[in-house]
Design a protein around this ligand. Sequence first.
Ligand SMILES: NC(=O)c1ccc[n+]([C@@H]2O[C@H](COP(=O)([O-])OP(=O)(O)OC[C@H]3O[C@@H](n4cnc5c(N)ncnc54)[C@H](OP(=O)(O)O)[C@@H]3O)[C@@H](O)[C@H]2O)c1
Length: 181
Amino acid sequence: MKHILVVGGTGMLADAVCELNNQGNKVTVIARGESKLEHLHSRCNNPDQFNSISLDYENYEQLQHVLQNDANKFGQIDCVIAWIQSNESKALGIIMNEITGTESFNVFHVLGSRSNLQEVKQGLNIPVNCKYHQVKLGFIVEHNTSRWLTNNEISSGVIRAYNSEEEISIVGTLEPWNMRP
Ligand SMILES: NC(=O)c1ccc[n+]([C@@H]2O[C@H](COP(=O)([O-])OP(=O)(O)OC[C@H]3O[C@@H](n4cnc5c(N)ncnc54)[C@H](OP(=O)(O)O)[C@@H]3O)[C@@H](O)[C@H]2O)c1
């Protein structure tokens, strides 16, 4: 049983949060909206193993405070799954920095189709005890046309990435790039 922190877990990653909780993991979710957090809590099979933190991750002082206090309700964090807006550059660094006390932990950084994985990684100061993984969201090509991934497909892809522990995972496809929706 692991303690997994899911940042931005009430939208497209909601199914992934439920799956991880249903598997018996302790899950802490960060998002701003309290009602969506409550709804997600009510969907989980192990509600006692669910910790919700209503917080704006762009409020760095509060983020730091919460990570030092409330996020430890279930003990040390073994894994972070982070869906953070691409224009937000500091929050993940703060999160990784605040859990460097643990022996080792995994980070699964979920990124949009257009993100430059190398640049994103280079822009982060990854602690030595962090195993950093990237999960890039693509699209689906079917019947000679294309569409974006559904939330359920995104959540399933993130769970696959989490289980495989690959350094880079693609959900859906990125080829042919000119067919993106
Ligand atoms: N294929 C692709 O490349 C790709 C890329 C991006 C998006 N998409 C699609 O676009 C849809 C919408 O994207 P979305 O970004 O709105 O994703 P979302 O997962 O639906 O919502 C973002 C999540 O992050 C939280 N959040 C946002 N800003 C936050 C902040 N400042 N502090 C704390 N938590 C915050 C939100 O909760 P609160 O708002 O309550 O804080 C929510 O849990 C997705 O469902 C996906 O299908 C596809």
